[in-house]
Design a protein around this ligand. Structure first.
Ligand code: SAM
Ligand code: SF4
Length: 329
């Protein structure tokens, strides 16, 4: 589908829960998010139906995210089923990895192709501080198991936080040396709890320069870029097996290349990550709407996509509106 600016919209990010088993400082309040009544959250069959409607409109890429998707009861079975129903489309998962190792083989076997694991530090004590949970070893096991069962690519998402992990940029890049891991450094966005951390912002350019100064960072193009690289600038680091990428949502807006809509756990369709309107799908879905009526809601959301977000010029406003755990990053 084309939006009013001629952008092709073919990527749906689906949050299946806004709860999480971690409390990353930039994402979740220490006490978690208020628990929503069960019936406000889309059932798995409802999510599947909406994804199939999206696919009939030309959506080709689907990502299951959250909150922590694997923390929702029955999620591994659902994700497997979902990957099977959407076989032929690109289906991926974003997770903090903590619950991934025990279900990785099951998910791979069911047809899930690729995973992104979010990990902001290689130091377990720092992890416990940032996430308020002592679960680094479990998250790391999730990454190792993802490689072992053959997900391709396996990406590691690292949110850059000045004063916290800016001293680990080389260590993260070195992970790509002996393993086909794709490390992507992401700018901290002023959304949700991230609005309170302006001093933690580090630009993707600064991180790139840190590696460039040491030599050995080679830009990649074409076939060398891992699948689903989207807005990341990709590099090979010192001839490693994997790649290093930088995503600068804030300093170099890539809204002109935006191809996505987001579906929240409670069934709203969001044209943009930050701020703006939303379109309810849960109501019509439960009122017996036909696929064509649901498709019409997708069309409205595509038409409503703004030219760009306003996180850089009006961060407080953009951040107040949206919490990442609710919209899935
Ligand atoms: N719980 C899963 C995880 O952490 O991968 C999936 C949901 S999480 C909201 C998705 C991504 O959003 C994670 O990579 C997380 O680091 C990122 N994220 C959350 N808040 C952010 C913020 N304020 N700025 C940048 N990235 C953020
Ligand atoms: Fe949970 Fe992911 Fe948010 Fe961390 S970033 S609190 S793991 S939803």
């Amino acid at each position: 589908m084309k939006d009013t600016l001629g952008r092709s919209i073919d990527y749906l990010r689906i949050s299946i829960t806004d709860r999480c088993n971690l409390r990353c400082e930039y994402c979740m309040p220490a006490g978690g998010v208020p628990v929503r009544p069960h019936d406000e959250i889309l059932r798995y069959e409802e999510i599947e139906r909406l994804a199939l409607v999206a696919r009939s409109l030309g959506f080709e890429h689907f990502r299951i995210t959250g909150g922590e998707p694997l923390a929702r009861r029955g999620s591994a079975a659902f994700i497997g089923r979902f990957a099977g129903r959407l076989a032929g489309s690109d289906v991926a998962l974003t997770t903090n990895g903590v619950l991934l190792a025990p279900v990785a083989a099951q998910l791979r076997g069911a047809g899930l192709g690729r995973v992104n694991v979010s990990l902001d530090t290689l130091d377990s004590a720092k992890f416990a501080r940032l996430t308020r949970r002592d679960l680094w070893a479990e998250a790391w096991a999730g990454i190792e198991e993802s490689l072992a069962v053959g997900f391709d690519p396996v990406k590691v998402n690292v949110v850059l936080i000045k004063g916290f992990n800016d001293d680990e940029i080389h260590a993260f890049a070195d992970l790509t040396a002996g393993r086909p891991l794709h490390v992507r450094f992401i700018e901290l966005m002023p959304l949700g709890e991230g609005t309170g951390m302006p001093e933690g912002f580090m630009s993707a350019d600064e991180a790139t320069a840190t590696l460039e100064r040491s030599g050995g960072l080679v830009p990649l193009a074409g076939a060398g870029v891992p699948a689903g690289a989207g807005p990341a600038e990709s590099y090979r680091w010192r001839g490693g097996l994997g790649t290093v990428g930088f995503i600068s949502a804030l300093s170099h807006m890539f809204c002109d290349r935006c191809n996505r809509l987001r579906l929240t756990a409670d069934g709203r369709l969001l044209p943009c990550l930050a701020g703006g309107e939303h379109f309810d799908l849960r109501g019509p879905l439960r009122d017996g709407a036909g696929d064509d009526q649901l498709a019409a809601v997708f069309r409205l959301a595509v038409e409503a996509k703004p030219a760009s977000h306003h996180m850089a010029d009006a961060p407080a406003e953009a951040g107040r509106v949206r919490r990442m755990s609710r919209i899935g990053g």
